[in-house]
Design a protein around this ligand. Structure first.
Ligand SMILES: [Cu+2]
Length: 269
């Protein structure tokens, strides 16, 4: 299949199934293209005016075209019922339980991805749109809420551990964005006022991809796949898939940074 379709590397569990479906759809489209174009050219020659100066009012007698259309409908039904619907329903209905997943909130804004982790307590602190400050509090986290005390927020930096489901609660602050992780085969619109669950299970760490591709600076990218304004092009984030130990280390570092920043606030307060 690789000779036929050139897609980004595969780094999540369901990615190759999406690719297979894409491949079969293209095979069907290619077959339709070849058959219809051949038929069209055949008709042009076979029923040319030179040979048929008068129209034949009885028309075609065979049922070949009916059978042809039936075959196309059957092929499309197989693609839809056999591949697309099961795959889609798994993505939207079989969302893994939060207890077995890395749960992260992703909030799109013009023009960045805000990432929100619940911290060690596993509970997201309350957020309130009236507390939003573009510089210091882009998601409007309410510091009065005890659950918010250990929350981690980053901009354009999403870290997740490998081989465990990642459950993203996706939303937007302003306009419709689209959260796209090409190597994970994840693409979902982020709509203000609505929270969509998006999930995938990464199978390769960033480090493994670096070794595989030979690119030392390889990064999984987060792109915005919805033209969302003048700065759309710079809505570029990075997904780092770590081993469990590296992920925990990164989380502890973020916790440390947060505490230091908190102490700074006290000094001025
Ligand atoms: Cu966007």
């Amino acid at each position: 299949m690789d000779w036929f379709v050139h897609l980004p590397a595969v780094a999540s569990e369901h990615a190759s199934r999406i690719d297979h479906t894409t491949f079969y759809i293209h095979v069907l489209m290619l077959a339709l293209f070849v058959v219809w174009i051949s038929l069209f050219l055949f008709m042009l020659v076979r029923f040319r005016a030179g040979r048929h100066p008068k129209a034949d009012y009885r028309g075609l007698k065979t049922h070949l075209s009916t059978w042809g259309e039936g075959a196309v409908a059957v092929a499309e039904a197989i693609l839809l019922i056999g591949f697309s619907i099961p795959l889609y329903s798994e993505r939207v209905d079989d969302v893994p339980p939060a207890a077995d997943s890395t749960v992260v909130r992703v909030i799109g804004e013009q023009f960045a991805w805000n990432i929100h982790y619940p911290g060690p307590d596993g509970v997201f602190g309350r957020t309130n749109p009236t507390l939003i400050d573009v510089e210091t509090n882009p998601i409007g986290l309410d510091d009065e809420d005890p659950a918010a005390a250990d929350d981690i927020t980053t901009i354009n930096q999403l870290h997740v551990p490998v081989d465990r489901p990642v459950l993203i609660e996706l939303t937007s602050k302003d306009v419709i964005h689209s959260f796209w992780l090409p190597e994970m085969r994840v693409k979902q619109d982020a709509v203000p006022g609505l929270v969509f669950p998006v999930w995938f299970q990464p199978t390769k760490t960033t480090e493994a991809m670096r070794q595989e591709t030979g690119e030392e600076a390889f990064q999984f990218e987060i792109a915005c796949a919805q033209l969302c304004g003048l700065g759309h092009y710079r809505m570029r984030g990075f997904l780092t898939v770590d081993t469990r130990a590296d992920f925990d280390r990164w989380m502890a570092e973020q916790e440390q940074l947060r505490q230091e920043a908190g102490e700074g606030d006290d000094f001025w307060g």
